[in-house]
Write a protein that binds this ligand. Structure first.
Ligand code: ZN
Length: 485
């Protein structure tokens, strides 16, 4: 378990093995002992035509740490650049086998508090990896000590911001581990047990509903999806009481493996479908952070969890089912199962007199086509909620982009035989999935849907992102909660 601390100034002698120096295009470092070597090195790199000089400078002095210099900035908001720099620095330090790392906050930032939080997040996120299922020869331990330096003796440490960033990163890493675990380990039951353990560790309440309770309550859509699997579906209700009052309700899709059901997916890449519970993992991470930070708002997390597999008992294309809302749903494509289980969860969420509902789901491949891997798709009829989530996404470097859910799209999911059908064809597939969900939410309830299909995992390590599970949504939702009363 690594430790994080923060200090005024710069290291005094060999306090850390590695010192990471972010080199902002907008703010040249001044007056510090590393200036000369950093300037000289960057000059060489720039002359050689390296567009983003970053890397190691050996100082050859046993009393001084090595330097890892990274060029950041170039139009990116300072706290975003700081988080990315801290992330790649700690990853580079770990790869080098360093036992400790210092990170210097660049001078002259407009919002030092955000920079402290961002640095802590980057240092907590950048070197995350999951190796418990294999032996990796020569695998280096994570740096046990991480220190944020203010760089200048005139800048005070914002300890609250450092603590907040460190806790958020740890909570995001909890989500990442759940996402990384394969489908035969992270079953619906495993998610329920993990949430229960984390609830007693951090102090949030956990209720788990199994199949008989779900039948009794009428969660017909979740049960229909689960019919093809031998794993029992689970519905998790996670409650951080805070200072009480009406809750903010966060809903996450928990399909622990998605083969598509009878509308089975192609084999290529199907292994990635263990990630189809990334929304659920984010909800669990959000609850961990809510309890650990003891935030004032009441937050309720809901997770419908199931597998989606083909079998003789599985729901079939053309079947008409009824979920908790009582609406009849024609299942055109059994691979559009996420919206089915979410329709039950969203119906339940409205019984909790929510101040707002936000759901997160790896919902549509069309989201990846529309936005690639750099934005979450946001759909909401609520302009205020849209603005809040957009701002939170920018602060967290988990950016969202709003798509329209105009009434014109609704007719794509009109059914000939039921109240609604679960797919609207290829055009605007992300939007019609969002519209399906909207159909289950009363217009008076502030609600937003985030499609995280393009952002839930990463093919490369870059900035604060490791390769693999991203744990997207944990910090975004917390930034949003922090902006609300
Ligand atoms: Zn699916």
């Amino acid at each position: 378990m690594s430790e994080l601390s923060a200090k005024v100034g710069l290291p005094d002698g060999h306090e850390v093995d590695v010192l990471a120096v972010p080199w902002m295009a907008s703010a040249a470092p001044t007056g510090a002992w590393w200036e000369a070597v950093a300037t000289a090195w960057l000059g060489v790199q720039t002359a050689a035509g390296t567009p983003e000089p970053s890397g190691w400078v050996g100082l050859g002095d046993p009393d001084r740490p090595d330097l890892f210099i990274e060029r950041i900035g170039d139009g990116t908001a300072p706290e975003v650049a700081v988080r990315r720099a801290a992330g790649s620095a700690v990853r580079a330090a770990r790869e080098r086998g360093a036992a400790s790392i210092g990170f210097v906050i660049p001078p002259g930032l407009p919002d030092p508090s955000s920079a402290f939080q961002a640095a802590a997040e980057g240092l907590g996120l950048g070197d995350w990896r999951y190796d418990n299922l294999r032996d990796v020869p020569g695998l280096t331990e994570p740096p046990g000590l991480r220190v944020i330096y203010t760089g200048s003796p005139d800048v005070e440490v914002d300890h609250a911001a450092v603590d907040r960033g460190w806790i958020l990163a740890a909570a995001q890493n909890v989500a990442r581990e759940l996402i990384a675990l394969p489908g035969n380990v992270a079953t619906p039951r495993y998610l329920a047990d993990a949430a229960t353990r984390l609830g007693s560790e951090h102090g949030f309440e956990v209720q788990v509903w199994g199949e008989s309770k779900l039948r009794e309550e009428g969660f017909g859509a979740l049960l229909a999806v689960a019919r093809g699997s031998v794993e029992e579906p689970q519905f998790l209700i996670l409650d951080h009481k805070g200072a009480g009052g009406d809750p903010h309700v966060i809903v996450g899709k928990g399909v622990t493996f998605d083969a598509g059901g009878i509308s089975i997916k192609p084999a290529a890449g199907m292994e990635d479908m263990k990630y189809d519970m990334s929304g659920a993992a984010a909800v669990i991470g959000i609850m961990v952070a809510a309890a650990a930070l003891d935030i004032p708002q009441r937050v309720i997390g809901l997770v419908p969890a199931t597998e989606n597999l083909p079998s003789g008992a599985a729901v079939k294309p053309g079947d008409v089912i009824r979920g908790l809302s009582g609406k009849s749903i024609e299942v055109i494509n059994t691979d559009a199962e996420g919206r089915l289980i979410l329709s039950d969860a969203l119906t339940f969420a409205q019984r909790l007199s929510p101040q707002a509902i936000v759901d997160m789901a790896t919902l549509t491949g069309a989201c990846v086509i529309a936005l690639g891997h750099h934005a979450l798709a946001l759909m909401t009829p609520d302009d205020e909620l849209s603005e809040e989530l957009t701002a939170a996404g920018q602060a967290a470097d988990e950016r969202v982009w709003r798509l329209p859910i105009w009434p014109e799209y609704r007719k794509q999911i009109d059914s000939e035989i039921a109240d609604i059908k679960n797919t609207g064809g290829r055009p605007a597939g992300t939007i019609t999935a969002g519209w399906f969900l909207r159909d289950f939410v009363d217009d008076a309830v502030p609600w937003a849907h985030l499609d995280i299909a393009g952002t839930a995992w990463s093919d490369e390590a870059r900035g604060w992102k490791s390769k693999g599970a991203v744990g997207i949504g944990v910090r975004l939702v917390h930034e949003w909660l922090r902006s609300r009363p």
